[in-house]
Design a protein around this ligand. Structure first.
Ligand SMILES: Cc1ncc(COP(=O)(O)O)c(C=O)c1O
Length: 414
């Protein structure tokens, strides 16, 4: 059945593409079509140049130096914190902690809570969508403390069953840790519904924003959750950094599990007084150039605005879903007109790896496999899927080429 096509799109994508040198590349003698943005996005010149400028002009360690380079590096690093905090509407930039990325942030939260709030036998609620990163840290804790992980199930349309969530909560439920957007299906969690349940039962709400921050406006003041985490490399920034936002009260209440240089006020062999604010959680030399590159990425996307990016990507997702729905051999999972820029599908009777390998012959980069969501794959009863995921530089022409080659691949595999 053909699904309805929805139209938007005011971005000047032709100009935007010139900012991304890698998009000029040929892969297997075809112009690269990069549809693996859910794994990591490509980087614009503005980010690459910010990193080069840092290393050619400013490189020095931050926070403790009195010399010019150290002061300049510190200023650039702290300006980056302000830039990124403003983007997410975090009023107090000390609530924004730099980590090595989403996975690191979740580990810091889970380890911290395991030393304070979580007690033996407690329960944590996750959803069927979760990336392994938002399962494993909680599961490790549960295994060691006789704890229990409960899972919000899917409805038939692959959206989350929020009524079931209400029934999962008990007096022992301490945390709800949930993804904002499914990295496999692109479906968006209704955080307001989850928040209501969390507030009613006094549960801590942890939101994995790895796949929402790249695609939609995230206002953390308005969202007002306990923790929100995401990675720079999925938002046009460098690898190796990301953020851990925590609600103000956690700045003091979350126990430190990663101590080190930078996190302290004074140290003696008898006792250490820890720093206040973000530094408390930023042990050791951070990934300075990545943080500066991340701020450059945020400044870059803010030229266009998240609303325009979101609409452009919605347009692409709807166009691709519409085109895919015209191929009878294709099964799309979680089809929905209002989702982030991610589509998972399979070709009937074909392994996703074969589809992905053959598409690569035409220069088309897609992701295949379980996408670090093996429990979701089990629920969908598939070994894996082919995932296409879009960014602001993708076009309908690329989707047309992909569809043409996908049809060819299907005839090759049948
Ligand atoms: C929803 C989600 N959570 C967590 C992660 C892990 O992110 P990172 O590898 O940057 O730590 C990813 C990465 O794909 C993701 O999509």
């Amino acid at each position: 059945m053909l699904v309805k096509e929805v139209k938007y799109s005011p971005l000047n994508v032709e100009l935007i593409r010139k900012d991304f040198p890698i998009l000029q590349r040929l892969v297997n003698n075809y112009p690269l079509i990069y549809f693996d943005n859910g794994a990591t996005t490509q980087k614009p010149l503005q980010v690459i140049e910010a990193i080069t400028h840092y290393y050619t002009h400013t490189n020095s360690n931050i926070h403790r130096g009195v010399h010019t380079l150290s002061r300049e590096s510190t200023e650039a690093f702290e300006l980056a914190r302000k830039t990124i905090a403003a983007h997410f509407n975090i009023k107090n930039d000390q609530q924004l902690i730099f980590t090595s990325g989403t996975t690191d942030s979740i580990n810091i939260i889970a380890n911290g809570l395991s030393r304070s709030i979580l007690k033996d036998g407690d329960e944590i609620i996750l959803s069927a969508y979760e990336h392994h990163s938002n399962i494993l840290a909680w599961q490790l804790w549960a295994e060691q403390h006789n704890g229990k992980l409960k899972v919000i199930p899917l409805k038939e349309d692959h959206s989350l069953d929020y009524d079931a969530l209400k029934n999962l909560v008990t007096a022992k439920t301490k945390v709800i840790a949930i993804t904002h957007v499914s990295n496999t299906l692109g479906l968006v969690t209704d955080l307001e519904k989850v928040k209501k349940v969390a507030e009613k039962h006094n549960c801590i709400l942890v939101v994995d924003g790895a796949q929402s921050a790249p695609h939609m406006k995230v206002d953390l003041e308005k969202l007002n959750v306990d923790f929100f985490v995401c990675s720079a490399h999925k938002i046009y920034g460098p690898t190796g950094t990301g953020i851990l936002y925590m609600n103000k009260k956690w700045l003091n209440d979350l126990p430190i599990t990663k101590p080190g240089g930078g996190t302290i006020k004074t140290v003696s062999f008898e006792k250490t007084e820890y720093a206040e604010g973000a530094l408390r959680f930023e042990a050791g030399t951070p990934n300075i150039e990545a943080v500066i590159g991340f701020a450059a990425a945020i400044n870059y996307i803010n030229r266009f605005g998240m609303e325009a990016i979101h609409k452009h990507e919605l347009d692409l997702v709807n166009y691709a879903q519409y085109k895919l729905s015209g191929i009878p051999e294709v099964i799309v999972y979680g089809q929905n007109p209002d989702k982030a820029a991610v589509i998972s599908f399979n070709v009937k009777n074909a392994h996703p790896f074969d589809v992905g390998t053959l598409l690569d012959k035409y220069g088309i980069a897609v992701r295949t496999g379980h996408h670090c969501t093996q429990p979701l794959m089990s629920i969908l009863c598939v070994p894996g899927t082919v995932r296409i995921s879009f960014a602001l530089y993708n076009t309908k022409q690329e989707i047309d080429f992909f569809i043409e080659k996908l049809k060819k691949v299907i005839t090759m595999l049948m």
